[in-house]
Design a protein. Structure first.
Length: 253
């Protein structure tokens, strides 16, 4: 299994998962054109993919979905409770465009276990995705992780996890007070410090790669995110920063 984060941040998010049995897209907060450009670089066609997983209905995660529906024959894989909130922003969306997934779902040799996240969006989720004997955990856009779901994230092969802000930079930065309070709330985003604490609890002997995602361009730096997390985990675990504009290279799981 291979993973590539195409973009990650408040301007747009998109990740692809590639395996011999299935290929999936997570979120499409970038243009459909950019998605096609990126998969073409990997000698792939949109028809090679099984469908699109969506985490929640914010624009930076669904911006390209309407064009995706118009131009591809692929389905959206979403919890049924997410449909109504998506249709508010994607009027052309119909139930025929969707395949509803449960908390545990198998699709073409891949197992998807939902992680219900805490964010100011209806039915916000992350994923444990298992394929070819490997599991990746994908969690962004959450103010905290409930222990029930944190327990499902222990000792995975790879984590793509939000490390949105440095708390001091946020509180001393230019955001208005209401926005600062939103970001640090239980329905906001994970700070570097909180992410580091979670990772210390869940990384294990199987863990080889951690991708720090959804970094704020205003309230964080790559160095702060990297160093804060590295202080809490073993040196032999590879920590990668997902950039807003360039994402990551293709990562072998």
């Amino acid at each position: 299994m291979k993973i590539k984060v195409i973009e990650s941040g408040s301007k747009g998010n998109c990740t692809i998962i590639l395996s011999d049995t299935i290929k999936l897209i997570i979120d499409l907060g970038i243009s459909y054109k950019k998605l096609i450009e990126e998969i073409t670089k990997l000698n792939l066609d949109i028809s090679d993919f099984a469908g699109l997983l969506i985490t929640h209905n914010h624009k930076d995660h669904i911006k390209g979905v309407e064009t995706f529906i118009k131009k591809s024959n692929l389905k959206l894989f979403i919890p049924q409770k997410m449909f109504k909130s998506l249709k508010e922003f994607i009027p052309i969306l119909t139930e025929e465009d969707c395949i509803y997934i449960d908390d545990d779902t198998d699709i073409n040799g891949i197992h998807i276990n939902l992680i219900h996240t805490s964010h100011d969006a209806p039915c916000s989720v992350g994923y444990n995705i298992t394929c070819e004997g490997k599991t990746i955990t994908y969690v962004t856009d959450t103010g905290y992780i409930n222990r029930k779901f944190l327990d499902t994230m222990i000792n995975k092969d790879m984590y793509i996890i939000e490390s949105n802000h440095d708390e001091e930079m946020l509180m001393n930065g230019p955001y208005p007070r209401f926005l600062k309070e939103r970001v640090i709330s239980d329905y906001g985003h994970l700070s570097n410090y909180t992410t580091a604490k979670y990772l210390k609890k869940i990384v294990g002997s199987n863990t080889k790669n951690i991708v720090l995602a959804h970094l704020s361009e205003t309230n964080n730096t790559k160095e702060l995110a990297y160093n804060t997390v590295k202080e809490q985990i073993d040196d032999d675990i590879n920590v990668i920063i997902a950039n807003q504009d360039t994402g990551t290279e293709l990562i072998e799981v």
